[in-house]
Design a protein around this ligand. Sequence first.
Ligand code: SF4
Length: 96
Amino acid sequence: MDWREKAACKDYYEQLKKKDIFFPPPGKPGSQTDAAVLVCSSCPVREECLEYALDKKELTDGIFGGKTPAERKWLHKRRQAAAGIKPKTRRKRKKT
Ligand code: SF4
């Protein structure tokens, strides 16, 4: 069985027909984010969901595993640092 079959948000979408609280507008955390994190807090596949998001580098949108994009980015950087992977730096543009 796929872990997504046990997701708490699956029932949320299918039974309650609520708006998509798991993808709040970027840069506008608030009650929508809080509601999604609350659903995630009782989800039996929270760990699997978070690992999925980190593996797929879902780091910019949505709530996965009860974590916001900023929290996932922080986790991703921590894991890279623990693995000895240096963060990517932006290249400076050559002046023409
Ligand atoms: S942790 Fe949250 S987003 Fe992930 S499957 Fe569970 S309820 Fe859905």
